[in-house]
Design a protein around this ligand. Sequence first.
Ligand SMILES: Nc1nc2c(ncn2[C@@H]2O[C@H](COP(=O)(O)OP(=O)(O)OP(=O)(O)O)[C@@H](O)[C@H]2O)c(=O)[nH]1
Ligand SMILES: [Mg+2]
Length: 443
Amino acid sequence: MSQDTIAAIATPPGAGGIGIIRLSGNKALSITETLTKSTLKVSSTHFRKFYDADDQQLDHGIVLYFKSPHSFTGEDVVELQGHGGVVLQDMLLSRVCELGARLAHAGEFSERAFHNDKLDLTQAEAIADLIESGSQAAARAAMRSLQGVFSHQIHTLVESIINLRAYVEAALDFAEEEIDFLAESDIQLKIQEIIDSNLYILTEAEKGRILNEGMTLAIAGRPNAGKSSLLNYLAGYDAAIVTDIEGTTRDVIREHIALKGVPVKIIDTAGLRDSTDPIEQEGIKRAWHEIEKADVVLLLIDASKGYSAEDEKIEARLSEAHLLRLYTKSDLINAKQKKTITECLISTKNGEGIDDVIELLTKNYADYNQNQSTFIARKRHVEALKASLTSLHHAKSIFEQTQSGELMAEDLRFSQQALNQITGEFTTEDLLGKIFSSFCVGK
Ligand SMILES: Nc1nc2c(ncn2[C@@H]2O[C@H](COP(=O)(O)OP(=O)(O)OP(=O)(O)O)[C@@H](O)[C@H]2O)c(=O)[nH]1
Ligand SMILES: [Mg+2]
């Protein structure tokens, strides 16, 4: 690991009462002592003057010194708390670089904390998520992840997998008696327990991801189904053009809204049909791209026209698990016709049925504010938990079919590796680089 001493402005850019520069590395102390022409004591607060190379005073302020390993990064860390001001902070930063520090990359402080075992990867990510949280519920959940709630659940799960692996692998050493040894045991029960807890954590992580990144909701359907009207209704203003001409929307239109406190990225798309117009074709291509990525797809069907062969064709391309069918324009049909529709029926003209749709969409997430156990999560965590679950299911079925501990042990190992990626115990440098570079500089 690099022994460079890094420096960055830790406060947001702009004028403010206080501006903080943070230094980390084995030269942090000597640089600061030269800067302030004084000596510093560990864990004490010092009021000091900051000097430039010509002995001119640049600023004055408070200096905090945290000696390794008792610091955020685990290295020697100094915080210079001067006045907030873009030019002033830049001058001070240039000065510490002149004295031997270099500018920190995005996320480099957190990366050092991770490499020095001050934080695991989920905790480092939770800091970034805490800073960027867009709601109180998200901030609280990020704090829980930072406190280790998520990591603890992963560690417990990994431990139970390790125990089962040890048991199965021990049985391999007694190859002759293997069949009896394994059959007599409660291996099936154990693996089922592990699957159940993996599934539980996955459900919680999915909630945490939605809270963090928002739920993506794509509105799909034939031209004129009422897609843009629904977007406008939910957004509360005329975000998209609405006309009675089929094929009005071509570009993808995105709005960020909150439904009952749940952050939602709502996406309006071009009406789906066979078209010869190249602009519309491109719009439809983009529509499918968004639809395929969305967490939930609202398939809009014009109730006044009924479910058609074209609707069926669209639906055939959608995954049932993410699909919610909505019949639109309920104000155009009579009570008798309404009775024939058993699914959600809405109108953006009079608001009918829309509260029910919101309720359906948010019912799994709306307890965020009351729920004390929700932790923040990211898409990569959810993917890793899914990969682990797939290996566990495979382990279970292979054992049921073959009674072979050897084959099962291999799957358990995959599952453990996937989980270790979450906390960073088994994560490639590339992935680490990608994660930390998305943090802000100074973090
Ligand atoms: N009566 C009634 N008309 C509606 C309703 N929703 C939409 N419309 C009308 O249906 C027509 C099409 O609405 P849009 O929202 O533009 O439909 P779209 O699905 O976005 O259409 P494209 O962008 O062409 O794919 C417009 O004339 C709307 O005013 C509704 O709930 N009731
Ligand atoms: Mg439209």
